[in-house]
Design a protein around this ligand. Structure first.
Ligand code: HAM
Length: 415
């Protein structure tokens, strides 16, 4: 029988990898709470229509990356590929328009049928924020500042650059689309197959094509920034002025358009050169039309999500976790006492490990292996005398300590 394995593009997370994920989630949760974001948990399973309507039929996600299936009742379901559409659905369904301005954050697994490679998985984990109900550019600045602060606290800013662009309002994009399509039609023969399809369906996406031929064509294309309405330009200028005042460095990238249809105005990506081609770490933008398109009240929104898996790969070494205390019982009576003793030490806040089997030598070896600071050795003689033998593993010295004194002495980390 062949051995059962994880599905391609999915992983078991444990030990260091899991600790990295948890450290990132804890740090990010602490930071977003400073900004007043509250956690929301939406289901992993959502109706397929949510993403078809929300992200657009021609987006890569909807056209080729969704885990889409019919359940036993015949409903078309999707394993969510991203978090924004689910938050928008919840906003409408739960009548949250009374609560705006509303700041929500979420974390959890997302699913996309992509070709797995370093930094790209089929089940990956996002942490994201959405600020709903504020149409002013100050909201864009607040979410950008929040993302920047998380990356800074995680110590990864060194290899990361913020790329920023505006795709304007509907009128700006309509005017630009005409100019762009006019230009691209004159150079159709140089475009890739994908871009020929996009030319008919979603021409703006050609701007961020990775194909060298497309890039060459795009280099001389008209600029979206020349088609902005005065309002759209003023909006973007306010974001840029704010970023400078906040001293958040950025690069304007004329060709950054993002792959999801819901965006308008500000779009951005914090990218790294340390992860090969999977360079976007934290990405997002403004989406003023999404909630209305999904059947809700007109409500502007702006937010981002970062890939926890990608950040985990960039993270420097984790801060050391506290070293445990190893309890080493010898004999049946002591085995029983060890359970009570370790509970007492844990109540005092000490991380405590009981080696469950083996002789003294084997248990001392385990104490070394788990990086214990001290081994607390108890046998029947010690129990009768109300003491424990404590071996300080860094120095190798050993002393007898009264059980009543034990937690205080172990809490003293000078040893
Ligand atoms: P996205 O750019 O599709 O945006 O994904 C955001 C981040 O998720 C990416 O920058 C990347 O770090 C991570 N990511 C995406 N796909 C994968 C994958 N296959 N493997 C590993 N990591 C991945 C969104 O999802 C929007 N909902 C962001 C947003 C929130 N916009 C407004 N609010």
């Amino acid at each position: 029988m062949s051995q059962l394995q994880t599905v391609r593009g999915t992983r078991d997370l444990f030990q260091d990898a899991n600790q990295r994920h948890r450290f990132i989630e804890t740090t990010a949760s602490r930071v977003v709470e400073l900004y007043g974001f509250e956690e929301i948990q939406t289901p992993i399973l959502e109706p397929a229509g949510l993403f078809k309507r929300g992200l657009g039929d021609t987006s890569d996600i909807v056209s080729k990356q969704m885990y889409l299936f019919k359940d036993l009742g015949g409903d078309e379901l999707v394993l969510r590929p991203e978090g924004t559409a689910g938050v928008a659905r919840a906003f409408i369904q739960e009548g949250m328009s009374q609560l705006t301005p509303l700041k929500l954050f979420y974390r959890g697994p997302m699913f996309r049928y992509e070709r797995p490679q370093k930094g790209r998985y089929r089940q990956f984990h996002q942490f994201g924020v959405e600020l709903l109900g504020v149409e002013k550019p100050q909201a864009d600045l607040e979410v950008l500042a929040c993302g920047y602060r998380i990356l800074k606290e995680l110590g990864v800013l060194g290899s990361i650059t913020l790329h920023l662009n505006t795709i304007g309002d509907e009128a700006s994009r309509a005017a630009y689309r005409d100019k762009l399509v006019g230009y691209l039609n004159t150079r159709k023969s140089e475009l890739s197959q994908d871009s020929l399809w996009r030319l008919e369906n979603n021409p703006l996406r050609i701007l961020d094509s990775k194909d060298p031929g497309d890039k060459n064509v795009v280099a001389s294309a008209p600029k979206l920034s020349d088609s902005l309405t005065p309002e759209a330009k003023a909006f973007f200028d306010a974001v840029l002025i704010g970023l400078k005042a906040l001293e958040i460095p950025f690069i304007i990238d004329d060709n950054l358009v993002r792959g999801l249809d819901y965006y308008c105005h500000t779009v951005f990506e914090f990218t790294t050169d340390a992860l090969g081609s999977q360079n976007a770490v934290l990405a997002g933008g403004r989406y003023d039309g999404l909630i209305k398109d999904l059947g809700g009240p007109q409500t502007p929104g702006v937010g981002w999500a970062f890939g926890i898996d990608r950040l985990a790969e960039l993270l420097p070494d984790l801060p050391a976790s506290p070293e445990p205390i190893a309890i080493v019982p010898l004999g049946d009576e002591a085995e029983q006492a060890a359970i009570l003793l370790s509970e007492k030490l844990r109540s005092a806040g000490l991380k405590t490990d009981i080696g469950y089997s083996g002789n003294l030598a084997k248990r001392m070896k385990r104490a070394d292996k788990i990086g214990a600071r001290a081994a607390v050795i108890i046998g029947s003689n010690e129990l009768t005398a109300g003491v424990a033998q404590v071996k300080w593993l860094k120095t190798g010295t050993q002393e007898s300590i009264a059980l009543s004194e034990l937690s205080n002495r172990l809490l003293d980390t000078d040893n």
